[in-house]
Design a protein around this ligand. Structure first.
Ligand code: SAH
Length: 287
């Protein structure tokens, strides 16, 4: 359904790397309104996860002059596909959830997105009109963004929420141009993805492979019982997402897991380790 994307003409790598991801949008008019909101703020990467109807007349009608954003939008069937090569994921939510997650307001979220965009694609994820993002989807995010709206009427129209985030990114970009500090984000170095860090930041796909391996290992050693999970994996996800792993750290952790599985007599024959093996020669975690 989706066409190959032509090269981007964004003003700066940071804007090219920002990916707006809409999950299971039901009203295609909202998709068009999102495209318009993005183009106004000079963003161009739109990903659609399993939209109810797209492309169609309503989406193009609401996009006004932003039909080029719709033409090059990528349609995928799962959120995992949209996030796989990303280094940072920020999910939006109109309300608090059961397990509290790191929450940032839009201006801070824009800074986090801009900083991480130096290392690879950054996804901003928006939910369904009727019930937002599921807990599982929100647990795939490093941060949650909450637009501090009226607590008694907190839910914005989808495209308005996208507009606010795109505006914050735009303001950050313009402030940066004005002060002539086009690369000032790069100077502090605290984590993978920062200029000067020795190993590339881990991609979401690698981290997901690690989570499957971790879950399988915890199961093999009888720590994690699938019939009584007690939110263990969600809490471990939150821990590792706070840590912002790099690719070598993933390999080390997976090496540790393989050693644990071996010692427990469970290695080599489970699906999760086969599905997401680290690159050949690096799976022992030796550095
Ligand atoms: N009824 C849903 C809200 C859906 S609004 C719920 O209670 O979760 C559609 C989408 O717009 C949300 O999934 C989110 O991506 C975005 N959105 C709406 N209001 C928001 C807010 N106050 N802060 C952050 N995102 C918001």
């Amino acid at each position: 359904m989706h066409k190959p994307s032509p090269p981007l003409e964004g003003p700066d790598a940071f804007q090219d790397q920002i990916r707006i991801v809409l999950v299971e949008t039901s009203h295609s008019g909202n998709i068009g309104a999102v495209a318009r909101a993005m183009k106004n703020m000079q963003l161009a990467n739109l990903w659609l996860v399993n939209p109810k109807s797209f492309p169609d007349e309503a989406s193009y009608a609401r996009a006004a002059g932003a039909s080029d954003i719709l033409d090059r939008a990528k349609v995928v069937s799962t959120l995992d596909e949209a996030l796989e090569d990303c280094v940072m994921v920020l999910g939006t939510s109109a309300r608090g959830r059961k397990i509290p997650w790191p929450v940032v307001p839009p201006p801070e979220a824009a800074v986090i997105a801009a900083e991480n965009s130096q290392a690879g694609p950054v996804a901003l994820v928006f939910g369904r009109e009727n019930h937002g993002l599921s807990n599982d989807e929100l647990h795939r995010c490093h941060y949650h963004i909450h637009i501090p709206s009226n607590p008694d009427y907190s839910s914005l129209n989808l495209s308005m929420a996208v507009q606010i985030m795109c505006y914050e990114l735009r303001m950050l970009y313009l402030r940066n141009l004005e002060t002539g500090e086009g690369s000032h984000y790069l100077k502090p170095m605290t984590a993978p993805g920062d200029d000067g860090w020795d190993v590339p930041a881990a991609k979401v796909g690698d981290v997901e492979g690690f989570y499957s391996h971790l879950e399988q290992t915890l199961h093999d050693v009888d720590f994690h019982r699938r019939d009584n999970p007690r939110q263990l994996m969600s809490r471990l996800r939150r821990l590792f997402q706070r840590a912002k792993l790099d690719q070598m750290e993933i390999n080390i952790l997976r090496g540790v897991l393989s050693a644990v599985q071996k010692a427990a007599g469970a290695s080599g024959n489970n699906k999760s380790t086969q599905a997401g093996n680290p690159p050949a020669g690096q799976d022992d975690g030796h550095v």
